[in-house]
Ligand binder design. Sequence first.
Ligand code: COA
Length: 533
Amino acid sequence: MAQLTTNVDPRSAEYRENHAAFEQRLLLLRDRLRYAATGGRDAHAARHKARGKLLVRDRIDLLVDPGSPFLEIAPLAAWGQYDNEVPGAGLLVGVGIVAGAPCMIIANDATVKGGSFYRETVKKHIRAQEIAEANRLPCIYLVDCGGANLPQQDQVFPDKDHFGNTFLRQCRMSASGLPQISAVFGGCTAGGAYIPALSDEVVMVRGQARIHLGGPSIVKVAINEDIDGETLGGAEMHTRVSGVSDYLAADEYEAIAKLREIIASLGIERNIAPPRPVVPPRIGAETLTGVIPVDRRKPYDVREVIARLVDASDFIEFKPEWGETLVTGTARVHGFSVGILGNNGSLHSDSSLKAAHFISMCDQRGIPLLFLQNISGFMVGSEAERGGIAKNSAKMVYAMATAKVPRFTVIIGGSYGAGNYGMCGRGFWPEFLFTWPTAECATMSADIAANVMLELRRGSVSKGTPDQSELGGIDAAVRAQYAEQSDPYFATSRLWDDGIIEPAQTRDVLGLCLALSLSAGDQPRRDTRVFRM
Ligand code: COA
């Protein structure tokens, strides 16, 4: 086993400059995460608490085992959209350990637009369910949800990956033996009502939880019936009369205790412990911030990153002398074996073929793959084309797309063009995809895109000859568009990833993801439906 060393000197001016610039990015990330968690809704949070309700993060804190890890997914969904009035898309999701069992927790935040569903809320809910299904995780829904956000209905309601799809997934997961359990904490109307109604077991909080397909105002308009919310859909009525709920809880604490009891009673046995003792890297992950150059275009050796991510900094490099723009090799992360592919420049024919070889070999040996993306794209030009870059890059894509082992992607820098595809971008369904605050994702750089668009305009047959001021306008507009859209917050807001993480957290995040993916196969699959009676 070869041990990676470092050529980065933490006392150098360059290290200090990189570190200082990265620290600024981390401060921005923490600030935005803080805002998404609690900011911008003081009046709603105060009203929520005055009603005796717990905030969504406090509910989760009580639900999960004390001191256990919680892997939050897409905390900055909807960031910067809707005047930033929908932090986290009004939904908190993540993998947590409940009564010893890893579970997917999907929790509405009623302090954000009544927990109603925006486009990103639906996307986040579905992403959580996808992760649950792939990793065989029971789902716990903490429901406090006004259903579809009505002004957004065209974005959330009828299409194949809109709100209805969350219910399809809920039914199918239940039928495949993945328990779907709900606790209801507030008013749940229409779509919000179906989350508990389609669950295997439901707890409702007395005097607080309500479930109705149509609330009092809808009932009044539809059938001219005057009725208050509690009588129409309160916890006592649903637990004693309709049977929509199975358990009546005196308060939120009792509801959460009941959820823990239900999960404990499932008898889930799942070993997520690492197969080997976990050895930290010999070079501390906290120094990653000094490794990544301030200027993204400045090259650096991805082995410096690998050395700070893998156990004991041990790395068996594959084909180190060939296809040098891609580093490939095996290592362990938190005791789990992984095959790593990290970019050291743009992908050429040889590095693409090396990737295809390495991926197929890991697949044959059952070794999960980790892609560290910092890629400007595949090589262009006559030499590259004559060397068959199109078919050779396609071999890499083919091998990666068809590999049966779990695949994980971290975008640590650039993620441009087909390079994003070859290195297992979102479209290739890696089990998890996280980014660093240094990530930039776009079809190409702003420079090249502006040139292409100017060229297209000059050659346009329909628009006539452009003058300088029009060309200047196109150049400025393309650059502004690319600057805005390649920002990692633009990407994470739209759930092109599972979240932006700090470099120093990457190892732990990957360790948890590996533990979940690799233990999923041991969980029983059933074909048994549960009908609520
Ligand atoms: N669509 C759009 N906005 C909604 C919404 C929905 N379905 N549900 C709630 N909101 C908004 C409210 O307009 C309010 O916005 P504001 O913060 O800008 O003032 C915010 O969410 C909080 O709503 P409010 O009614 O003050 O909160 P509440 O805690 O007293 O009640 C609900 C929460 C969900 C019970 C209640 O808002 C409700 O019944 N909403 C309508 C639900 C409905 O009919 N859904 C049908 C979907 S098909």
